[in-house]
Design a protein around this ligand. Structure first.
Ligand code: SAH
Length: 252
């Protein structure tokens, strides 16, 4: 059986308990070496075979899985963060389904959560923004025109940009063309939860300059929107004493 596992976004103790247990039991581990912390592999059992998918094609990854399956071995396919975002898991799952190979999926802590933690930030603040747009600039993988950064920018919601650190001049121009004011607060989070994590606060208009000055070129998320300031919000209704819930009567 193939077990897809989210590794979390960096720190070795940010994998789920279930994910770590699977790593301990695995006969074969195929991990995304470009972004998965190799310290996670320390729990593997003796004799476990380890492959780094950063150096492999889809066909090679599948071939390792097919071989392991033929020998009745258990394979963990370890993806960075949570595999549901930019994880390229569907194509693997479809290939396995075609062969009738069973698989399951254990989620992980995505880097957009790790970045919020690095900034001590709540993405959804009452009266500031109640939505998070998770997207990316078009790169080698195109983005449908209706989902362009410029189109989403019109909402001025909290936005988290993956895979875009190398394209910041263009990104900031798109963000501004779409509707964010150039002085809208922004943050760059480099290697969230890794020992060398770094966070930088700037504005939409200074994103490219900030990344350049701090030599951030990859493994970073860009967060923009008024929520980055973390002020000017209304307190929650849920914890408001005058608000009755299923669990608590209203207090005078
Ligand atoms: N599935 C992953 C994302 C894979 S795409 C997840 O859930 O996080 C790879 C991109 O994710 C990187 O280019 C970068 O933009 C972002 N990323 C991954 N790990 C990161 C981290 N620890 N800190 C900041 N950004 C990270």
């Amino acid at each position: 059986m193939i077990r897809f596992v989210g590794a979390g976004c960096g720190a070795a103790d940010l994998i789920t308990v279930r994910g770590q247990k699977l790593l301990q039991e695995a006969d074969v581990i195929i991990y995304a070496g470009s972004l998965v912390n190799p310290a996670l592999l320390e729990v593997k059992k003796e004799g476990c075979k380890v492959y780094n998918s950063a150096e492999m094609t889809l066909e090679e990854v599948l071939s390792v899985m097919y071989d392991a399956e033929a020998q009745g071995l258990m394979t963990v396919r370890l993806h960075t963060g949570d595999p549901c975002l930019y994880g390229a898991i569907r194509e693997q799952m479809d290939a396995l389904e075609e062969r009738g190979i069973r698989y399951d999926y254990t989620p992980g802590v995505s880097s957009f959560c790790g970045a919020a933690a690095a900034l001590n930030m709540e993405y959804t603040l009452p009266n500031v923004s109640q939505s998070v747009v998770i997207t990316r600039m078009a790169g080698r993988t195109p983005v449908p025109e209706r989902e362009s950064v410029r189109a989403f920018a019109a909402h001025k919601a909290t936005m988290v940009l993956f895979l875009s650190t190398g394209l910041l001049e263009k990104t900031q121009a798109e963000l501004i063309a779409g509707g964010y004011e150039p002085d809208t607060p922004a943050a760059i989070v480099y290697k969230a939860s890794w020992p060398d994590e770094k966070t930088f606060l700037c504005t939409v208009g200074t994103l490219a300059q900030c990344a350049k000055a701090n030599e951030v070129k990859k493994t970073a998320l860009i967060i923009v929107g008024d929520t980055v300031k973390q002020s000017g919000y209304a307190r929650s209704e849920l914890y408001n004493p005058t608000f009755a819930t299923e669990f608590r009567p209203a207090k005078e």
